[in-house]
Every structure is written in structure tokens, then in C-alpha cells.
Design a protein around this ligand. Structure first.
Ligand code: CP
Ligand code: NVA
Length: 311
């Protein structure tokens, strides 16, 4: 059985298989054909943090695949009152067919997966947001960016880390520009560099937004204040001055560059209103693609239930 905890657990071929499934299922749904790939299956969705897109896309996705989704807020289930993760995992495994979790430390997700008898999907942790990157990759393909140079400007956070793995594994160039003190996690960077060497990605990390964006095909960013960092907000807003993706910064990218944002977006901080609205088409296609990409992931995991877990 395979879990979907980080992108680094997959080969380029495997990620491409999931993307191909997503493309196929998206095409079918657009033609009005709802194929029940996961008929009668139940997906439990545990949320220890807020969500709009992740909740709606997984819940709608499993429904459209012929199954049903259970929204479980940690505020309502016994997990929030101290029931061990290991027990929650073993109970849910006896009742549902797949679990998605949005939580804090990656180690919590890993612990859950260790005890789970059904595939577990990472719906965002402090370290990674791999399902978002699958949607972002699909969006780049749909907009014709098949061998892109991508510039990520902003916080060295879960989104930046997942971009690093995606670029490393799928073999494209990623430039990351963060303020000093907000760099990506050093261990994750080392792992991403190892993968890039293996699979042909190119990773360039620095502090200069203009240098990162120059002639890029895709520019992307994320909030400066992630969930759980609310107390650092004032300090962060000061430290990220100069890192807003505005018209001046994006003018250094290729004229037809895409701008992607996982959302929610905070205009006037990581992105200007003008850039956001000029790129609304790709941003909301990216949001929609959460639905399609995650169906690809769920169907793929379902068809690999009897696989050995690789190292
Ligand atoms: N991009 C994303 O994961 O959005 P939500 O926090 O609304 O799920
Ligand atoms: N980095 C953000 C992403 C939200 C989808 C956070 O973790 O809050």
C-alpha cells in the first residue's frame, strides 16, 4: 500500500501517472461522464487547521468518483480531546477506505500513516503541501508550460518545499528568493538537491526577487503568514518588505508568464491587487485543478493498495 505524504516518495513516472489520470478524469467530467472509479468508498478528512479548497475539492472529488467524504474537524472528534493519533488511525482504518489529513508537524502525519491500514494523503502540514503542487503542475501543463523556469518569491515554507521537490523530480528549473531568515529548511533543500541530481531538476536558492523572476515562465508566491504563525505576523510583514509580486517585479518575467497562487491570497502583501486580477484566469484554474489532481491521486492510490511500500 502507498501513502501520499510527500512528493519525494514518488518517481517522475508515478507522479506523471497520477497527472495523466487527473487529465483523463477531468476530460470525462467536462464531457458529463462521471465514472465511479471509487464506488462506495469513504474518504475521511481530518482537519486540524482551516480550509476552503482542500475540504471542498476532496469532498466533491470523492463524491464524483462514486464515494463519499467525511469531514472531521479536530474540534469535533475525540482526537482534539487527546485521543492518540495511533488509535484514531486504527479505528478509521476499520471503517473507511482512505484518509486525508491536514495537520501541523509532518511527524504527526507520518505517525498516523504508520498505524493506518488504508492510504493516507497529506492535505498540508507545516512542512509540505504536495496535493497543491500536483494541481499547480497540472495547471502549468494546461497553459503550455511543459519545461518551465519557475520563480518562487516569498516565504521558505511548506509551499516552497513542495515546489523544490516537484522541480527536482519532474526536472524543471526552480528559483527561490526569500528574505534572509526565512529560507527553506536546510535538510529539505539537501534532499531536494539529491533528487534534482537524480532526475534532472535545477534548483537555485537566493535572496534576490528580481534575479529569480528574470525571464521566468511562471512566477508564484504564497502567504507570508502561514497557519500557526499568526503571532509572528507584524514581524513578518516588516521582514518581507520588497518581496511583493507586483507589476514591477513581474515585468522582469517573460511577457506571457503565468502567475500562480495556491490561495488564500493577501493582496497588498505577497501579491498586488493588479497582478492578482491580471492573472485571475490561471489562479482560479489552479484552484479548480485541486479537484482534478486529487482525483488522480486517489484513484492511483486505490490501484496500488497491494504494492510494497518502497524505502
Ligand atoms: N490552497 C489551499 O490549500 O487552500 P485551503 O487552505 O483553503 O484548503
Ligand atoms: N503556507 C500556507 C498555505 C495555505 C494553503 C499555510 O500553511 O497556511
Amino acid at each position: 500500500m502507498r501513502h501520499f505524504l510527500t512528493l519525494r516518495d514518488f518517481t517522475p513516472q508515478e507522479l506523471q501517472e497520477m497527472i495523466d489520470l487527473a487529465i483523463k478524469i477531468k476530460r470525462q467530467v467536462k464531457a458529463g461522464e462521471y465514472v465511479p472509479y471509487l464506488k462506495n468508498q469513504t474518504l475521511a478528512m481530518i482537519f486540524e487547521k482551516s480550509s476552503t479548497r482542500t475540504r471542498v475539492s476532496f469532498e466533491t472529488g470523492i463524491y464524483q468518483l462514486g464515494g463519499t467524504g467525511l469531514f472531521l474537524s479536530s474540534r469535533d472528534i475525540q482526537l482534539g480531546r487527546g485521543e492518540p493519533l495511533s488509535d484514531t488511525a486504527r479505528v478509521l482504518s476499520r471503517m473507511v477506505d482512505m484518509v486525508m489529513i491536514r495537520t501541523f508537524e509532518q511527524s504527526r502525519l507520518e505517525e498516523f500513516a504508520r498505524y493506518s491500514g488504508v492510504p493516507v494523503i497529506n492535505g498540508l502540514t507545516d512542512s509540505y503541501h504536495p496535493v497543491q503542487l500536483m494541481a499547480d503542475y497540472l495547471t502549468m501543463l494546461e497553459f503550455g508550460k511543459t519545461d518551465p523556469v519557475v520563480a518562487y518569491v516569498g516565504d521558505g515554507n511548506n509551499m516552497a518545499h513542495s515546489w523544490l521537490y516537484m522541480a527536482a523530480i519532474m526536472g524543471f528549473e526552480l528559483r527561490v528568493a526569500t528574505p534572509k531568515g526565512y529560507e527553506c529548511d536546510a535538510e529539505i533543500v539537501r534532499e531536494a538537491e539529491r533528487l534534482a541530481e537524480k532526475y534532472g531538476g535545477k534548483l537555485i536558492l537566493g535572496y534576490d526577487p528580481v534575479g529569480a523572476v528574470r525571464d521566468a515562465d511562471v512566477v508564484t508566491t504564497d502567504t507570508w503568514v502561514s497557519m500557526g504563525q499568526e503571532e509572528e505576523k507584524e514581524q513578518r510583514l516588516r521582514d518581507f518588505a520588497g518581496f511583493m509580486v507586483d507589476s514591477t517585479l513581474i515585468s522582469h518575467a517573460k511577457p506571457d508568464a503565468l502567475f500562480l497562487h495556491c490561495l488564500p491570497a493577501y493582496r497588498g502583501y505577497e501579491v498586488s491587487e493588479e497582478v492578482f486580477e491580471a492573472h485571475a484566469d490561471e489562479i482560479f484554474t489552479e484552484a479548480e485543478n485541486r479537484l482534478h489532481a486529487q482525483k488522480g491521486i486517489m484513484v492511483w492510490l486505490d490501484s496500488h493498495r497491494n504494492d510494497e511500500n518502497p524505502e
